[in-house]
Design a protein around this ligand. Structure first.
Ligand SMILES: [Zn+2]
Length: 165
């Protein structure tokens, strides 16, 4: 399963809401996403990363695969923390990203149940990262101009085709 990488335009789009009750493609979509995430040793993935512009995320932080449809971060703590973050769509680099330390996230499970997740620390970071993807935002967009410039330089260097003369 191929994961789209920056600067693929699908990663820049706002993904569409899904109708959990009627969307027959959700289950196979989530299966494909899980396959892609585990194959690449990721801890979270958003549907646009495999080219499907729908508001669906998955994550596995505590050896438990969870899927959330139409997730919305409804509360963010004022307290923030900067930590190094990577992304399967921005391979080869990690960059310092400022995130709220804790969040409340609502969404719908695959069974159509509305849920409210209270998350802090790493899970809070993962939820903010994955919901960002649904709005076309990637980690490079969370940097200031200077940081972004050097991150893109490092990204291009890391992903340059190998020249063997
Ligand atoms: Zn990502």
């Amino acid at each position: 399963m191929e994961i789209l990488t920056h600067p693929n335009p699908v990663l820049k789009q706002r993904a569409a809401e899904v109708d959990v009750a009627s969307d027959k493609d959700l289950r196979p979509l989530i299966r494909k996403m899980a396959e892609a995430m585990y194959e690449n040793a990721g801890v979270g993935l958003a549907a646009p990363q495999i080219g499907v512009s729908k508001r669906v995320i998955i994550f596995d932080v505590d050896d438990q695969l969870s899927a959330l449809c139409n997730p919305v971060i409804v509360e963010r703590s004022e307290e923030t923390e900067v930590d190094e973050e990577g992304c399967l769509s921005v391979p080869g680099i990690s960059v310092p990203v400022k995130r709220a330390c804790s969040v409340v996230c609502t969404g719908t499970t695959l069974d159509g149940k509305d849920v409210t997740l209270r998350a802090d620390e790493f899970l809070a970071r993962v939820l903010q990262h994955e919901t960002d993807h649904l709005d076309g935002t990637i980690i490079l967009d969370r940097l200031d101009a200077e940081e972004r410039k050097s991150a893109i330089k490092a990204y291009n260097a890391a992903n340059e085709p190998l020249q063997i003369g």
